[in-house]
Design a protein around this ligand. Structure first.
Ligand SMILES: CC1(C)CO[C@@H](CC(=O)O)CN1
Length: 430
């Protein structure tokens, strides 16, 4: 009967053009999670039911979807959302309805602000999760003089602020910070003028192709340079869409410029592919189930035509488990007080606080690896380091920020046969 059902709202970026349409794979992943949670009776007899709509990754449309969900019965106990812009809008408003918001696809560092977003949690790591990894590598290879090249987008601006803070704490000098809106030509020229050798690049993949071609044209690549790029571009990003995007370099030139660059990214799929997670599935089991659901949704998976959000799908799947485990914990506590979670309403801060503290302390092994939240609601995640060696990405190691532990495979290759230096070394001939 209906009173054994717990209702939640969902806002997925599916249609539209701007930003990230990751709801295409994340909504199917959430469907799988609801199936599993309801089958495994994680909620001791209650069923979890989702009511959702498409935000197109547009904050205005996301807000109207949220109002529809809140002003139409049944009452929702919390909201799932994706895209940083939509999560910013939804999470800032949700506190007025005493709703926890769980974001499965939001990387913006700005969302770690508990004053603006008091009820926000995210299974998607903040973009700042790369920073301690980059710093660890700089210290490992003794690079204490670095430069930053960034696209002027909010997510990269707040990421650079985080890098600057950590560089200061670690005695690493940032000799220059160059930014560009869409044409990186002048910014790359300024890097050369300042004799930058170790450069952290922060931009979306279309801008990354423009940077790479500029690097080639201005000879800012090869044995004397180390570039840090973001690791979540598609694997062959530096060889595709060249004509379409008016890139003036050939595939060969792009490969030459790309050789040797290092990437950092947050791990979104549990790397131990035979390890059973809380659902009983391994991450490989999940991959097979997800790909079947996507095929039946019309995606050409076998031709590697994945929908957007495929990479982040485990974050959406695990978000539902986090909600179910938190609700189960909350119901246990409320029952002891002779209360019920179904008596929650948007003005009931007491039950909202129980749900908040239950999520805050929820930890489990999910498809995306160990799931736990920081005091700002951020996902605690591992990062992976790779390097392009002979045109292909090779795993160099993993980094765990929590324990400051670097797992290194000693696979790195330097074009000049030795670790590039962070500055021109004048050899004094005596
Ligand atoms: C790794 C990426 C692509 C970063 O942006 C996220 C979307 C967003 O932050 O709006 C999705 N995942």
């Amino acid at each position: 009967e209906d009173d054994k059902v717990l209702h939640i709202g969902g806002i997925f970026p599916i249609g539209g053009k701007g930003g990230w349409q990751g709801g295409q794979a994340c909504e199917p992943a959430v469907r799988l999670a609801l199936e599993d949670v309801n089958k495994n009776s994680v909620l001791s007899g209650y069923q979890l039911k989702l009511h959702w709509n498409d935000s197109e990754c547009d904050p205005g449309l996301g807000a109207s979807v949220m109002y529809d969900l809140l002003y139409n019965k049944p009452q929702k106990l919390m909201l799932l959302a994706g895209c940083s812009t939509v999560c910013t809008t939804v999470a800032e408003a949700a506190k007025m309805w005493n709703l926890v918001v769980l974001c499965y696809g939001a990387s913006s560092p700005a969302l770690s602000d508990r004053n603006r977003f008091p009820t926000l949690f995210r299974t998607h790591p903040s973009a700042t999760v790369h920073s301690p990894t980059r710093i660890t590598l700089m210290k490992k290879f003794e690079w204490y003089r670095i430069a930053i090249l960034q696209q002027t987008e909010e997510v990269f601006i707040s990421t650079v602020e985080d890098i600057e803070t950590r560089c200061k704490q670690n005695g690493i000098e940032i000799i220059t910070r160059q930014s560009f809106v869409s044409d990186p030509g002048d910014a790359v020229k300024n890097l050369r003028r300042q004799d930058a050798r170790i450069i952290v690049g922060l931009f979306y993949v279309v801008a990354a192709r423009k940077v790479l071609c500029e690097m080639y044209k201005q000879q800012l690549y090869g044995k004397a340079y180390v570039w840090f790029f973001i690791g979540w571009y598609e694997d062959n990003w530096f060889e595709v869409n060249l004509e379409k995007e008016g890139i003036e370099c050939t595939k060969k030139e792009m490969r030459i410029a790309a050789e040797g660059h290092i990437t950092t990214e947050a791990l979104m799929w549990n790397q131990n592919i035979n390890q059973k997670t809380i659902s009983g599935m391994t991450s490989e089991d999940f991959r097979k189930r997800l790909e079947n659901v996507l095929r039946s949704g019309g995606y050409a998976i076998d031709r590697h035509r994945y929908p957007e959000g495929y990479q982040e799908a485990p974050l959406a799947y695990d978000a539902v488990w986090a909600v179910a485990l938190a609700f189960n914990k909350t119901m246990g506590i409320l029952e002891k007080q002779g209360k019920s979670i179904t008596s929650f309403n948007y003005n009931n801060k007491e039950i909202a606080d129980h749900i908040y503290s239950a999520i805050n302390s929820t930890q489990f092994l999910g498809i995306s690896g160990y799931v736990a939240f920081s005091s700002q609601g951020d996902r605690i995640a591992l990062t992976q380091i790779e390097q392009v060696i002979e045109g292909k990405y090779v795993k160099l190691g993993y980094y765990d920020t929590q324990s400051d532990n670097l797992t290194w495979f000693d696979k790195e290759k330097w074009i000049g046969g030795k670790v590039p230096q962070d500055r021109t070394v004048i050899r004094r001939v005596l």
